[in-house]
Design a binder for this molecule. Sequence first.
Ligand code: UD1
Ligand code: UDP
Length: 368
Amino acid sequence: MTDVTIVLGTRPEIIKLSPVIRECERREVDYTLLHTGQHYSDSLDTVFFEQLELPVPDYNLEVGSKSQGKQTGEMMSGIEEKLLEEESDVLVVQGDTNSVLAGAIAASKLDTELAHVEAGLRSFDREMPEETNRVLTDHVGDYLFAPTEQSADHLLSEGIPEERIHVVGNTVVDAVQQNSDLAREKSDVLEELGVERGKYFLLTAHRANNVDDPSRFSSLLSGVSEAAESFEREVIYPIHPRARNTLDGAGIDAPDNIRLIEPQDYLDFLTLQSGTELIFTDSGGVQEEACILGVPCVTLRDSTERPETVEVGGNVLSDIASESIKRGANKMYSKEGNWENPFGDGNTSERILDKICPRSIASLNNKG
Ligand code: UD1
Ligand code: UDP
């Protein structure tokens, strides 16, 4: 029996839950770490446990890559089994992946409360599986940890009772703050790649809608390539396996000025983000980190569930047509990066633990 079960399954969940896990350790909270196995390649999984010095999960369901329903269903069944064994008071999930939805549904039907970290985000695009996951998870959650007032307003407008909603910031700020100094000390990725700080662009793209269809993916790459050419810049692209599969399957080569590299560990990727002049991405976490680090971002999507990044001036949306990407790059390239960080002060994981495990505050006080 443990007080808290933390479910995670993918790269961004490992990164964004790492401060919550550290806070559990600091407070000596009795917790269980349950990995669904949604991500399993070393470069999306083990490397983060090692680098962020996280404990090996107590359980790994090893569900792996499957269709949406099969993957979610197998994870739900595995999580239910472990929850029945552990009898935890609270189950914690983070974000919007299938692992999150599986954990949410399993907990909601048992005697375990559900805490959703990063609640209330909405892209209002139901074609994204992540939007379904967010909405359903929020509606069965007991503790909804909204990163901003705007995300809390979405929850209120959907009729969710106010007492379940807590505006606490986003744990991504905790993660960036906890690792930025380490990245500066330890990462020599720029030297290894032979790129000069402030003289390259960075790309990440992995959304199903952008990379699964080879012709759409090619248009996206051409657009980014043309935008970079007009600034005489090379683009560094740590490519997600999903996107790599499309290129390999269709026999497509990336344009010459886009350099494909393996997915990076967190310290190297933070270094690549803080050293670049401009980021092109369709990632949720990368939009946030670019905004926090003061690096201009062009988001290759028609909608974002992180509108705060656009509102403060750090991000612009673009469709995948070359002209739109070039327009976005021209708009963002010369931005100073001195916008306000809308995602909180880096103490989000403390606020979360105060709420889900109030007994642990006493343990901190005892330590003085
Ligand atoms: C998932 C999440 C997405 C999140 C992303 C983080 C859902 C619906 N999607 O997308 O929200 O932004 O993780 O990176 O939950 N693959 C590997 N190795 C792995 C994992 C996947 O090679 O460790 C390949 C497989 O070919 C697999 C494909 O990537 O079919 C997609 O993996 P999947 O977990 O289904 O979705 P992601 O695109 O990673
Ligand atoms: N990231 C990383 N290495 C990479 C690319 C991304 O460590 O090569 C990190 C990035 O810093 C961010 C997270 O992965 O914290 C974002 O994950 P991803 O883009 O896979 O998912 P999303 O946030 O879109 O759900």
